[in-house]
Design a protein around this ligand. Structure first.
Ligand SMILES: Nc1nc2c(c(=O)[nH]1)N[C@H]1C(S)=C(S)[C@@H](COP(=O)(O)OP(=O)(O)OC[C@H]3O[C@@H](n4cnc5c(=O)[nH]c(N)nc54)[C@H](O)[C@@H]3O)O[C@H]1N2
Ligand SMILES: Nc1nc2c(c(=O)[nH]1)N[C@H]1C(S)=C(S)[C@@H](COP(=O)(O)OP(=O)(O)OC[C@H]3O[C@@H](n4cnc5c(=O)[nH]c(N)nc54)[C@H](O)[C@@H]3O)O[C@H]1N2
Ligand code: SF4
Ligand SMILES: [Mo]
Length: 723
């Protein structure tokens, strides 16, 4: 593949400023994004990290998290050495051990478990979008276990990826770097000004907004974007599917779609037309709480503005009708002629090749044993881009030994007690394990439950490649090691060492050999060493790639009617389902828990459960905050900035009230990810304010993806007495 070296990312040799200062180009990996950075190293110590003005995705800017990188690297509470548990599981007593002792014990325990129960009794866990996420599944596949998982897989991003691969044959992202500003931007359950990068970077979004596009926002909360929007659709949480169907209804009924594109390039338009006929705005209004005239206004605006971008987020993936919701929303840019056009929704250039996941090392029998594979084909089976285990089924296997026992859990970068739904049940499951390993940057409440804790390296301490936006990989950046701290090792190095010591048939190559192979597979004619020197590569862009051979779907067309979903036994046209715990579906529960709860809107200063120990970030955001309308607050005697309790059928927590008219009186929005590193071990306050004490991981699940309920649940609230 021909590559253009971005003029913005001209090569710089490590530059010498002071006699002992070296400046290295790299990429921040503290979130899903790819902000280019310059790392200043003095006498083996990282002294400064600044935004790289030549970097293609951030042009020198950094978010609050990026700016505190040095504080994070040298934080006094970083895990520094491997630790071994001394007392009973979860008692918080630890002894320092050497890496050799740690590896020996892990190898010995894993060998015994795989001999006695089979490799599938060993499960692996990781966190979202990490540099090493694919290495976790790679190690699992080399070990012969199909059971690896990540709390976002069924709930975040992958429902969008897997669904789009079925519909479009590829994953579309907004065209922020092509130079054509959008005339309209639709933000659906996504607030990228806070959440930073997912398929984009927040800085790209700001740049696009500078061109004053028409803005449409679908969000139950009045965000900064909602305040700027021409149309803000303030829906009832969890009713996105109904709203999207009504928008499709208007666009088709009023013939606002792009007829030439639809005729030439889509499959199933007549079936879709027939299917959405009943889903009028008047049908949707009582379900979604959005007035019918606003739905019409949004549909007309989105369909008429050209080009239009859509930015969507994880809010649409936190309910059990996740796949159909994603499908319905994805068809809006599809029928309005915004696919793979400048300033629209484009397919990526795939500058890095497929990661060598080693899944071919699993026999068909081993693949079939993946927990959830028999039911959730888009998560764990044939419809998944990279199959992963179903978390509630995995936890059940830990607790009850059914359908077979899971005895060991190796966690590489996930604070399981805070980010999986239903934290109490998660705790009960982990306490049943025979063996648990946790590799992390800090001693989290989850790591406190392990047998062995390993000190992981942070991104300035390791080598990796990043292709961004995720999946599309139009820009390829090198993440390079600047320093080493204490005895920390990168997750990648740990996997290679474990694979060698376990004498696995594959997965034993050095990290750099895998990075080289990935660059080669993407068609970039360079090694990792060369990419490090250059910092980043921008792959030249092409539009309307489907004109050259069609869409990569079974029909060669954009499948409004999904033949593959049909073949797998799922609905081929998008459907609406009432959330399972709502005032409509469960009036009996609503009698005691009358308010609708949403959780997890992102905070600029923290990434999921992270960064609470960094004082520079924490001082601006000391406590967890829940949003509540003034009328509701008054009704329940809750005062602004004071503590309120929030309770569901699963549990009760406390957060501080933010009383705001920017939320519907019937809705409460709680933050997620909270624990208190400053509070005593082993709990570190994890039971007090953690939103996942409230959420549910019991059925029903999305039939294709196994998605559980993180939002759109029923709750009640009250004031916490001052003492
Ligand atoms: N700083 C920072 N950046 C992050 C993260 C972080 O924790 N901190 N997390 C990362 C992760 S894992 C992800 S997935 C992304 C997530 O980032 P986003 O996709 O932006 O997700 P959220 O911020 O959780 O929610 C976005 C908006 O959805 C709204 N919302 C809530 N419920 C509903 C609903 O039922 N329907 C609709 N339409 N909207 C709803 C919320 O009010 C919120 O404003 O951000 C990533 N980036
Ligand atoms: N209620 C509710 N729950 C949610 C969500 C919500 O909106 N509401 N969002 C969901 C979503 S979208 C997602 S993606 C998940 C996110 O869930 P996760 O991505 O699993 O996030 P965390 O649990 O915060 O785990 C990250 C852990 O990794 C550690 N870490 C950071 N870097 C490294 C590294 O390089 N190596 C290692 N070994 N460790 C590292 C951090 O210290 C931290 O303890 O949460 C989900 N949970
Ligand atoms: S937006 Fe993400 S990649 Fe950019 S500086 Fe912040 S944490 Fe780092
Ligand atoms: Mo996520």
């Amino acid at each position: 593949m021909a590559v253009r070296m971005s003029t913005l990312t001209a090569e710089i040799e490590p530059e010498t400023r002071k006699p002992s200062t070296t400046v290295l180009k790299s990429v921040c990996r503290s979130c899903h994004g790819g902000c280019g950075v310059l790392m200043h190293v003095q006498d083996g110590r990282l002294v400064k990290v600044e935004g790289d003005r030549d970097a293609p995705l951030n042009h020198g800017r950094l978010c609050p998290i990026g700016t505190i990188t040095v504080d994070l690297v040298y934080h006094p509470d970083r895990l520094k050495y491997p630790l071994r548990r001394e007392g009973p599981r979860g008692s918080g007593q630890w002894r320092r051990i050497s890496w050799d002792e740690a590896f020996d014990e892990i190898v010995d325990r894993l060998d015994r478990i795989r001999t006695e129960f089979g490799p599938e009794a060993i499960a692996l866990g990781t966190g979202t979008g990490r540099h090493h996420i694919r290495w976790v599944s790679r190690f699992g596949h080399a070990l012969g276990t199909p059971n690896w998982c990540e709390p976002g897989f069924a709930q975040c991003f992958h429902p969008r990826v897997n669904t789009c691969i079925l519909t479009f044959g590829d994953f579309p992202v907004s065209d922020f770097t092509g130079g054509t500003p959008p005339a309209c931007m639709l933000f659906w359950g996504h607030n990228p000004l806070n959440s930073g990068p997912d398929g984009e970077t927040r800085f790209n979004v700001r740049e696009a907004l500078d061109h004053n596009p028409e803005i449409i926002v679908v969000d139950p909360r009045e965000t900064e974007l909602a305040r700027r929007a021409a149309v803000w659709l303030q829906l009832r949480p969890g009713t996105d599917d109904a709203l999207a169907l009504a928008l499709l209804n208007v666009i088709i009924d009023e013939k606002l779609y792009d007829a030439p594109f639809v005729t030439r390039w889509t499959y199933g338009f007549d079936a879709l037309t027939e299917h959405v006929r009943a889903y009028t705005p008047e049908w949707a209004e009582p379900i979604t709480w959005v007035p019918a005239d606003k739905i019409r206004a949004a549909a007309r605006l989105f369909a008429r503005a050209k080009p239009a971008m859509m930015e969507w987020g994880c809010a649409i993936e936190h309910t059990p009708n996740c796949i159909q919701t994603v499908r319905a929303i994805s068809l809006l840019p599809a029928i309005t002629g915004n696919i793979d056009v400048p300033g629209g929704w484009v397919f990526g250039m795939h500058g890095i090749g497929r990661f060598p996941s080693l899944i071919e090392n699993l026999t068909p029998e081993a693949n079939a044993k993946r927990l959830g594979a028999d039911r959730f084909k888009l998560l764990a089976g044939e419809g998944a881009d990279l199959p992963a285990a179903h978390i509630p089924t995995l936890l059940q296997a830990m607790r009850e030994g059914k359908p077979y026992p899971v005895k060991a859990f190796l966690v590489f970068g996930n604070n399981t007690l805070t980010t999986y739904a239903n934290s109490k049940l998660v705790y009960d499951s982990l306490m049943k394990l025979d063996f648990m390993v946790c590799a992390d940057l800090f001693m989290t409440p989850t790591a406190e439950l392990a047998d062995i804790v390993l000190p992981a390296a942070l991104w300035p301490e390791l080598d990796q490649v990043a292709g961004l936006p995720t999946v599309a990989a139009n820009v390829v950046l090198a993440n390079q090691r600047a320093v080493r701290t204490f005895e920390c090792k990168s997750d990648e190095e740990i996997f290679v060492e474990l694979a060698r010591r376990l004498k696995l048939p594959c997965g034993t190559e050095p990290v750099e050999a895998v990075l080289d192979a990935q660059l080669k597979a993407g068609g970039l004619d360079m090694t990792f060493a060369e990419l490090k020197r250059r910092g980043s590569v921008v792959v030249p862009f092409k539009y309307r790639k489907y004109e050259d051979g069609g869409f990569k779907t079974p029909t060669g067309k954009l499948e409004l009617y999904s033949t593959r979903l049909k073949d797998m036994g799922y609905a081929p046209l998008p459907t609406y389902e009432e959330p399972p715990e709502s005032p409509v579906s469960r009036p009996d529960v609503a009698a005691d828990f009358p308010l609708v709860l949403t959780t997890g809107a992102r905070i600029s200063n923290f990434f999921n459960s992270e960064h609470r120990q960094v004082e520079k970030l924490r001082k601006a955001h000391r406590d967890p905050i829940a949003e509540i309308h003034p009328d509701t607050a008054e009704h329940y005697g809750i005062k602004n900035r004071e503590w309120m309790w929030i309770e569901t059928r699963r549990g009760r927590i406390k957060q501080r009230a933010r009383v705001t008219t920017g939320i519907d009186p019937r809705v409460i929005a709680a933050q997620h990810g909270w624990w208190f590193p400053e509070e005593p071990a082993p709990d570190h306050g994890v039971w007090r304010a953690n939103a996942n004490m409230l959420t549910d991981n019991q059925p029903p699940y999305d039939p294709a993806m196994g998605t559980y309920q993180l939002r759109a649940l029923l709750c009640r609230v009250g004031p916490v007495p001052a003492d």
